[in-house]
Design a protein around this ligand. Sequence first.
Ligand code: AMP
Ligand code: ZN
Ligand code: FE
Ligand code: FE
Length: 284
Amino acid sequence: MRIDLHAHSAISDGTDQPAELIRAAVRAGLDVVALTDHDTTAGWAEAAVEAGEHEITLIPGAEISTRIGTSSVHLLAYLFDPDEPALAAELERIRTDRVPRLQRMVDGMRALGSRVTWDDVLAAAPAAASLGRPHLADALVAVGEAQSREDAFSRLIGAGSPAYVPKYAPGTVDAIGMVQAAGGAAVIAHPWAHGRRGPLLDQDTLARLVAAGLVGLEVDHLDHDEATRAELRAVVRALGIVGTGSSDYHGLGKQGYDLGVCTTSPQSYEAILAASRHGTDPVT
Ligand code: AMP
Ligand code: ZN
Ligand code: FE
Ligand code: FE
């Protein structure tokens, strides 16, 4: 079984439409793929129709923007009811705030001398239900001010840059509770991506999240080096939760993060299925 539980479509900041993502997952030899667009479930229906045409199981999900203090924490949520009112309202709030936030970043870039416009950002995100910095990065590439998303993030729009504006995000404990209440299972994405994601989650914090209902941690991810993965495997064992592995595929938006480059064991997958009350069923 080849299981990849973290992938983005053009509904957020990937470049494949949801149906294309499913076909790419089939080509990559996956048996199970989760669609986890940032803060939106708008791609689920198209992905489910395509998955129904192939020998692949779709796990509907989302990568929810949350925070602990000022640290950004990405929460993978699987198999929740997309119509459960509290969670749906929270996802809408996050998405809605992304717009003025990104507009402020465009203003900031222009104040620093950039020619990029809001229309350039919208042109870079034709299918997106959830707008983010990668679309601003693409717009900066389009106007010739960056070479790639990676280049834009490292020089112009990263968390430490003058144009950076934070976005609204609920607390991680609250978000885990909302996912559970909507029948889903929650896993922290790339918890210890050293040097890229700011302060790390310590074991005490993780223990609090487990008490709140956290089911697992993403262990095998390209942003984790081998030492980090070994540490995380020990943390997972100590906390009695599951470790997952995933690609964090973004199509052409993240070079090397190919579908299936990291995978989740059948045991961890089964534990996630068992922990969710299937607010939504897997699509087989
Ligand atoms: P936002 O949620 O709008 O703040 O944008 C953050 C998203 O940008 C992350 O979830 C990643 O998908 C993507 N991202 C972060 N760093 C990079 C990078 N260096 N290169 C490409 N994409 C990135
Ligand atoms: Zn992304
Ligand atoms: Fe993430
Ligand atoms: Fe992601």
